[in-house]
Ligand binder design. Structure first.
Ligand code: ADP
Ligand code: MG
Length: 364
C-alpha cells in the first residue's frame, strides 16, 4: 500500500507563552511512499522523526495537512483502525507473558467484527514467529531471551495483525553493535518477504543507507532531501545532507570559485567549474583524495593508519572546517617521510556549496 503525506504539519504550542516559542516538529511534509518500499527517515535527534511516525500511525493528529493510505484519507481515522503495526524505541514486552502470549496479545484485543477465532490466532502467531525466526522460543518469558530475540518478538507482535504498514521508531537502539547489524539485515529480509510498506526511523545514517530503498533526510522538522541512498550520497542537495551522510564524514574546506576553478587558499584544486566567482564551502569525500606528490592540495601530515586494503591518512589544513582532514587512499608506494602530504582530487567526489545559503552549486 502506498502512503501519501500532503503538507503535513505538527506544531506543539509553547507551554509558557512568555519564554518559549511554538515548536514546529514536522514542517510541511509532502511525499509519497511507494507500495512495498522500505523508507528510512533519517535525521539528528530532535528533528521530528518520531513525531512524523506518530502522525502516520495516528497517535498524534496533525495541526494541518492530510495523510492518505492508497486513496483513503486516514487523517481523522483513529490508530487502531489504520491497520498499522508499530515497533517503538522502547518495545517493552509484557514480562509476565510468554513469547507466544506476547505475540497473541494484539489479536486477543480485537473487538466486534475484527475478532478472529482462536485457532486462526494461533496459526498467525506461529506464522510470524517463523518469519522472524523465533518459533523455538514460544514458551519462554522475555527475561529468558537475548536483546536481539526480544527485538524479534516485538517485530512479530507488530506483524501479527497483518498491518498494511509497518512503522519502526529507532528499533535497534537498544542492541549492541553486532546485533544491530544482524537485526537490520533481518528487517530487510522480513520486509522483502512480506512486501509490507515500511517506514523506519533512525539517527544513524549508516543504518538508513544500508537497508533503505529510499531515505528521507530531515532537519529541524523539514525535509532536506529524498532519494535512493546512493543517489543522495552522490548528489547531496546541501552542506547539511553532505555532512550527515558518510563515515568517515565529508571533509569541508573554506574556498572560493574564480574563473572556472575552485580554490583552497591559493591552490586551484578543481578546474572546469561552470559557476560564478564566489565564496564557497568545498566538500571532499574521504575517498575523493588521490596521493600525488604534485597534487595541488597540500596538507600537514599527522598520521597514516593501515585499514587492510586501503590506508587512512589523517592530516591538517588551515582552510579545513574541522581540525583533521581524513582521506582514504588505496595503498601506494609513496613513502610518508615528509611532513607534507599532497593530493589531487576526484572531481565526482568534490561538492561545492554556496557559503551564503549552503546549497549545492552544480556546475552545468
Ligand atoms: P526525534 O524523534 O527526531 O528526536 P521528536 O519528533 O521526538 O524528534 O521531536 C521533535 C521536536 O518536537 C523536538 O523539539 C521536541 O522537543 C518536540 N516535541 C516532541 N514531542 C513533544 C510534545 N509532546 N510536546 C511538545 N514538544 C514536543
Ligand atoms: Mg525520536
Amino acid at each position: 500500500m502506498k502512503v501519501v503525506l500532503q503538507n503535513l504539519t505538527k506544531i506543539y504550542p509553547s507551554r509558557n507563552k512568555k519564554t518559549d516559542s511554538d515548536v514546529i516538529a514536522v514542517n510541511d511534509f509532502s511525499f509519497e511512499i511507494a507500495s512495498g518500499d522500505l523508507v528510512g527517515l533519517l535525521g539528528p535527534s530532535g528533528c521530528g522523526k518520531s513525531t512524523a511516525l506518530n502522525l502516520i500511525c495516528g497517535l498524534q493528529s496533525p495541526t494541518s495537512g492530510s495523510i492518505f493510505f492508497d486513496e483513503d484519507d486516514v487523517t481523522a481515522v483513529p490508530p487502531e483502525r489504520r491497520g498499522v503495526g508499530v515497533v517503538f524505541q522502547n518495545y517493552a514486552l509484557y514480562p509476565h507473558l510468554t513469547v507466544k502470549e506476547n505475540i497473541l496479545f494484539p489479536l486477543q484485543n480485537l473487538k466486534g467484527p475484527d475478532k478472529i477465532p482462536k485457532q486462526d490466532m494461533l496459526n498467525r502467531a506461529n506464522e510470524v514467529a517463523g518469519l522472524v525466526q523465533i518459533a523455538g522460543l514460544m514458551e519462554r518469558k522475555p527475561s529468558e531471551l537475548s536483546g536481539g530475540q526480544q527485538q524479534r518478538v516485538a517485530i512479530a507482535r507488530a506483524l501479527v495483525k497483518m498491518p498494511r504498514i509497518l512503522l519502526l521508531d529507532e528499533p535497534f537502539s537498544n542492541l549492541d553493535a553486532r546485533l544491530r547489524l544482524q537485526t537490520r539485515e533481518e528487517l530487510r529480509r522480513i520486509q522483502r518477504q512480506t512486501q509490507i510498506t515500511t517506514v523506519f526511523v533512525t539517527h544513524d545514517q549508516e543504518e538508513a543507507m544500508s537497508i533503505s530503498d529510499t531515505i528521507i533526510v530531515m532537519r529541524d522538522g523539514k525535509i532536506e532531501q529524498i532519494g535512493k541512498p546512493q543517489q543522495v550520497y552522490d548528489n547531496p542537495a546541501n552542506l547539511f545532507v553532505a555532512s550527515f551522510l558518510g563515515t568517515p564524514p565529508i571533509n569541508v574546506f573554506e574556498g572560493h570559485v574564480a574563473n572556472g576553478s575552485a580554490y583552497i587558499g591559493n591552490e586551484a584544486v578543481i578546474s572546469g567549474i561552470n559557476a560564478e566567482n564566489q565564496q564557497v564551502y568545498i566538500g571532499i569525500r574521504p575517498e575523493g583524495f588521490i596521493l600525488n606528490r604534485q597534487g595541488p592540495l597540500k596538507c600537514e601530515l599527522s598520521r597514516v593508519e593501515a585499514m587492510g586494503r586501503d590506508i587512512s591518512i589523517v592530516s591538517k589544513h588551515s582552510a579545513s572546517a574541522s581540525s583533521i582532514v581524513r582521506s582514504i587512499c588505496s595503498e601506494s608506494d609513496i613513502s610518508f617521510e615528509s611532513e607534507q602530504v599532497c593530493f589531487s582530487l576526484k572531481p565526482e567526489k568534490v561538492f561545492l556549496f554556496s557559503k551564503e545559503t549552503e546549497e549545492r552549486i552544480t556546475s552545468a
